[in-house]
Design a binder for this molecule. Structure first.
Ligand SMILES: *Cc1c(COP(=O)(O)O)cnc(C)c1O
Length: 209
């Protein structure tokens, strides 16, 4: 299904641990959750070699509960959050892997950095102040629209921003992940350079909210 070099994050939010286990038994190892409480309930009842990705908006008062428990926080959407993740990680002696979330979609979410904001962060080399956080790349969502020209353009902007950052800070190490594409648009995302896709509905079915 996915081309070589593209990893799948199976988004299990709102689905029970039994559904995760079923996908695990079929070989899936990376799972994505968007709520801290739900994730913390699933972790202890599922195999310990699962790589959990946090993909939702992370409130600063919940950061501490996540540190040391996830393999990647995909949704860092403010410098304040990033600095807090760094501080808490240093405190417990772990390195936390994160992605910077870009805001390119029209009105879909109010969260994330505008591309020029994120470029500026790296141009100013503020990342050098991080002590226990590794920025592994970028994450983003396309506009929720039938207009596939627009969707492609959004994905293009996300991938291009990552490349622009690498041009500005060529000494960045491991800034490799471009996480974009969901059930309805992952093919376009892959065409535009995604190497991590986050798919929920197409794997687990519709969510019961
Ligand atoms: C829920 C969610 C997904 C998965 O969406 P589907 O349309 O169910 O594939 C992907 N990314 C994020 C950030 C999500 O919140």
């Amino acid at each position: 299904m996915l081309p070589q070099g593209v990893e799948l994050c199976a988004v299990s939010k709102f689905h029970p641990a039994s559904a995760v286990k079923e996908a695990y038994d079929a070989g899936q190892r990376i799972f994505g959750e968007s709520r801290v409480q739900e994730l913390l309930e699933k972790i202890p009842v599922l195999p310990s070699d699962i790589k959990w990705h946090f993909i939702g908006h992370l409130q600063t008062n919940k950061v501490r509960q996540l540190i040391g428990r996830v393999s990647l926080i995909e949704s860092v959407d403010s410098i304040r959050l990033l600095d807090l993740i760094d501080k808490e990680s240093e405190k417990v002696g772990v390195v936390t892997n994160v992605l910077m979330q870009l805001h390119v979609a029209r009105e879909e979410t109010k969260f994330g950095f505008f591309p020029e904001e994120l470029v500026e962060y790296f141009a100013n080399r503020e990342f050098e102040n991080l002590k226990a956080t590794h920025i592994c790349g970028v994450m983003g969502m396309a506009s929720n629209t039938e207009d596939m020209v627009r969707v492609r353009k959004d994905f293009h902007t996300i991938a291009a921003t990552r490349n622009q950052i690498l041009n500005i800070a060529p000494d960045l190490r491991g800034f490799d992940i471009v996480s974009m594409g969901m059930s309805g648009d992952w093919q376009i995302a892959v065409e535009e350079g995604a190497n991590l896709v986050r798919i929920g509905t197409a794997i687990f079915g519709e969510r019961q909210y």
